[in-house]
Design a protein around this ligand. Structure first.
Ligand code: SF4
Ligand code: SF4
Ligand code: SF4
Length: 301
């Protein structure tokens, strides 16, 4: 039995994104970055937080009656979130599913039990498992044990990562992967820090080092007008990719604001107006720049 425990946001089944064939995506909790457009703010910390979905709340008060901290029905009302210790008692008590855990704990064996039910789909489609997040490398022991077990099942494995990890420590896990999706959120060091909270030195270093190892890498840009969707940044990124990857591939992922509700549910603010999705024409132009620079513009979506 593999009893190492990990904090998981979600297991997404039968996905056709983020790798070949039919896949299960394992979303790990915890991330060292704080991208201002992030659609998974509940995944920033590798700990459970309670989401409050106001539209489902009928004000019955069952949550308040079990709460050890006397938090009111509206968990996001001023002063209430600060009292909450995320004990989860209200999640059990709420019959309307207006309170929700952000994270659940799984052992490696529990994840494998799920995957084994889906083996036939993976095998027939050439699919497998993709590790995502949050940032999957934030739980290195759990990730490695799971990846080792999935490798032994003979399944295709992909990792979706922000690239901000200690390479030496992660190397044995990376060696089990068939495909790495690595983000470059901005080529400009200062802007990278401004928008994500960290600079891009480690990320660029890791991509270049893994390129030297001939790893199968797709560099991704979450493409956001107002952040990184200008022609200069896309061209600079394509040049970096061409210079450092033996088979240079880039995927432009247009920004979406699907995560905006989660900010509300966690009592956080989100400046939706600051970001814009590129139009189809803008995206086509940016893809053309990638190609002009001798880099393959790919799509896994
Ligand atoms: S138990 Fe659920 S529905 Fe009832 S007040 Fe609390 S959050 Fe709202
Ligand atoms: S998670 Fe616990 S402390 Fe927080 S509101 Fe619910 S019952 Fe109260
Ligand atoms: S790297 Fe991904 S999960 Fe982490 S903050 Fe940025 S968008 Fe969110």
């Amino acid at each position: 039995m593999m009893n190492t425990k990990g904090k998981i946001l979600q297991l997404q089944h039968y996905s056709v994104n983020d790798g070949d064939g039919i896949r299960t995506i394992v979303f790990f909790a915890g991330c060292p970055l704080r991208c201002r457009w992030c659609s998974n703010p509940e995944g920033w910390e590798a700990r459970d937080r309670i989401l409050y979905i106001a539209s489902r709340c009928i004000g019955c008060g069952r949550c308040t009656s079990v709460c050890p901290r006397q938090v009111g029905c509206d968990l996001n009302a001023p002063g209430e979130r600060e009292k909450c210790v995320d004990c989860g008692a209200c999640v059990k008590a709420c019959l309307e599913h207006a309170r929700k855990h952000s994270v659940t704990e799984w052992t490696v064996q529990q994840v494998l039990d799920w995957l084994e039910k889906e083996l036939i789909f993976f095998r027939e489609s050439g699919g497998g498992v993709t590790y995502s997040g949050g940032e999957c490398t934030q739980q290195p022991e759990f990730l490695h044990e799971l990846a080792r077990a999935v490798y032994d099942l003979g399944l295709n494995q992909a990792m979706e990562t922000c690239g901000y990890f200690p390479l030496e420590k992660l190397q044995p896990t990376l060696d089990l992967m068939d495909l790495l999706f690595m983000d470059i959120k901005h080529m400009d060091r200062a802007k990278h820090r401004q928008f994500t909270g960290v600079d891009n030195d480690l990320i660029l270093h890791n991509i270049a080092a893994l390129g030297k190892q001939n790893k199968n890498i797709v560099v991704r840009i979450p493409t956001i007008m107002g952040v990184n969707g200008d022609e200069e940044n896309i061209r600079n990124t394509a040049r970096f990719v061409r210079e450092h990857l033996p088979e240079p591939k880039l995927e432009l992922l247009p920004y979406h604001s699907y995560g905006a509700d989660k900010y509300t549910q966690l009592g956080l603010s989100y400046d939706e107006q600051a970001f814009r999705r590129p139009t189809d024409e803008e995206l086509a132009r940016l893809r053309a720049i990638v190609t002009e620079e001798g880099v393959e513009a790919v799509s896994y979506r």
